[in-house]
Design a protein around this ligand. Structure first.
Ligand SMILES: [Zn+2]
Length: 163
């Protein structure tokens, strides 16, 4: 027979043989080949060693209070940052959406306000530029109003501490 190591399909037959999942006829043919082929013999020996190790391996019994001890250990090893932030968690969860919205508004405003400076207009377009500027100022004021509205929603009481 052709050496099974050389093709993928035949290699799977060899693996099936090692896992003792091959029928008697094919097992006989393969054993005959393994006797004369050092490569397949080495492969089969290695596989056999793995299977024997797996057969011999027994998982240690789990103690009755394993779960309790595991959870207590997890509880004890919670990081200091987590402990510091724990009191803020409900506040952050409640305000996550407004915070994300405010960040988006501030970023958008920053991009819009930054754009004119990045591309200075040519002198002959100055009339058009002048007509655009009030709109940009109005847009910026609108954005600032949104941010102010956000602050009012996040901190309804102006006297309350920041966090
Ligand atoms: Zn072989």
């Amino acid at each position: 027979m052709k050496c099974p190591i050389e093709t993928r399909e035949s290699a799977e037959v060899l693996l099936a043989y090692c896992a003792r999942k091959l029928d008697a006829a094919r097992t006989g043919i393969l054993e005959e080949h393994i006797r004369i082929c050092p490569v397949c013999r080495e492969f089969a020996d290695a596989q056999r060693a793995v299977w024997e190790a797996l057969d011999a391996w027994e998982a240690a019994p789990v103690s009755a209070d394993f779960d309790r001890r595991l959870y207590r250990r997890i509880e004890n090893e919670v990081g200091w940052l987590d402990l510091l932030l724990r009191p803020l968690r409900p506040w952050v969860a409640r305000n996550a959406l407004p915070i994300a919205a405010a960040v988006a508004v501030v970023l958008t405003a920053g991009v819009l306000l930054d754009r004119p400076a990045a591309a200075p207009p040519a002198p002959e377009e100055s009339a058009q530029v002048e007509s655009l500027q009030p709109e940009q100022v109005e847009k910026a004021l609108d954005d600032m109003q949104v941010v102010r509205e956000f602050h009012r929603l996040v901190r309804p009481d102006p006297g309350a501490p920041l966090m």
